[in-house]
Unconditional design. Structure first.
Length: 336
């Protein structure tokens, strides 16, 4: 049995699909503060298999121990946490509470329950401003915002834990920019309130929920002045977790990038989404946001080496088409 914390969220729900399709038994632990129970109903609809769901918070160590023991969990995939760069700048204590203290309690519960295999959802934000591109896993770690700092602190905690007890198997997966949705259109990204990430905002403009896209920064040192990011299809990302779980049969502590190895600017993504949806996406260039950087894309060699040959397969066109299918079939997300 695999415990998936935050499994009702965007990446978590897609990973549950891939785990179930790989024949794994899954229990999801989620407090549903930024996710919907409907996503897990649809995961089971897609897979035609059941999973267990526990409503709870990873900061409740006693409850986490109970879940690990009652379900006989052998590994944890840890998604639970807050993930907005912008919100982390305005509410840093919330991010340290959820992301750092929450992970500490989870690890304590795992330690007490003798469960020593974990895949951690980290982020390319741990690298900070690029000294060179593409980012390799050996790039200096110097995050420039509280969100990235919380991911860095948890990575350090995991490395220290591994150094103190060599029986742990730890996979640190540094995500670049997940977009897209399951090809069925049944599950996808459904942010609460105003989206902080590019694609869900673009999709909401295209579907008519919002008037226009705000493009934060038009004067970066990039080909068209807008930020460049490495966008990866969420299903490729989810399959990377299954590959990481299979690769961590033996004790180790490894950190790998999950990305495609190339970047697209904001305006390139807008154009691709207009092509995929057939809808216009009006936009307005606004001042840069605090904590953002100009360009960010991954070196992918280490992931392919350590994750059994895994690599991202889906291109930007597919990402946009799948994201549009989800958004057009679910114009108000899981609420209708």
């Amino acid at each position: 049995m695999i415990l998936v914390t935050g499994g009702a969220g965007y990446i978590g729900s897609h990973t549950c699909v891939e785990l179930l399709n790989a024949g794994k038994d899954v229990v999801v632990l989620d407090n549903f503060s930024n996710s919907s129970r409907t996503s897990l109903e649809r995961v089971q609809q897609i897979c035609r298999k059941r999973l267990a769901v526990v409503d709870g918070d990873i900061r409740d160590q006693t409850m986490v121990e109970k879940v690990l023991n009652e379900f006989g969990c052998t590994a944890v995939i840890h998604f639970a946490g807050l993930k907005s760069v912008f919100d982390s700048v305005t509410s840093p204590l919330d991010y340290y509470d959820n992301n750092v203290i929450g992970t500490h309690r989870l690890l304590r519960a795992m330690q007490a329950s003798h469960v020593k295999r974990i895949i951690f959802s980290s982020s390319a934000t741990v690298y900070g401003d690029p000294k060179f591109l593409p980012y390799t896993e050996d790039h200096p770690l110097k995050p420039v915002n509280p969100y990235g700092q919380t991911k860095f602190v948890v990575e350090e905690m995991l490395r220290d834990l591994s150094a103190s007890d060599s029986t742990w198997s730890i996979g640190i997966l540094r995500y670049f920019n997940p977009i897209g949705a399951h090809e069925s259109g049944l599950i996808g990204e459904d942010p609460k309130g105003v989206p902080n990430n590019l694609l869900p905002f673009v999709a909401q403009v295209a579907v008519g929920r919002r008037d226009r896209l705000n493009v934060f920064g038009g004067d970066y040192d990039t080909p068209d002045g807008t930020g460049v990011r490495d966008y990866i299809h969420v299903v490729d990302l989810a399959q990377g977790h299954v590959a990481a779980l299979a690769s961590l049969e033996q004790p180790a502590c490894i950190a790998v990038n999950l990305g495609t190895g190339r970047g697209y600017s904001v305006l390139e993504v807008v154009k691709a989404f207009e092509n995929a949806s057939g809808k216009p996406v009006p936009y307005e260039i606004r001042p840069r946001r605090s904590g953002d950087i100009a360009s960010c894309y991954a070196a992918t060699d280490r992931a392919e080496k350590y994750l059994g040959g895994w690599r991202a397969k889906r291109n930007l066109e597919t990402m946009c088409k799948d994201h549009w299918r989800w958004q057009s079939q679910n114009p108000n997300g899981y609420d209708g």
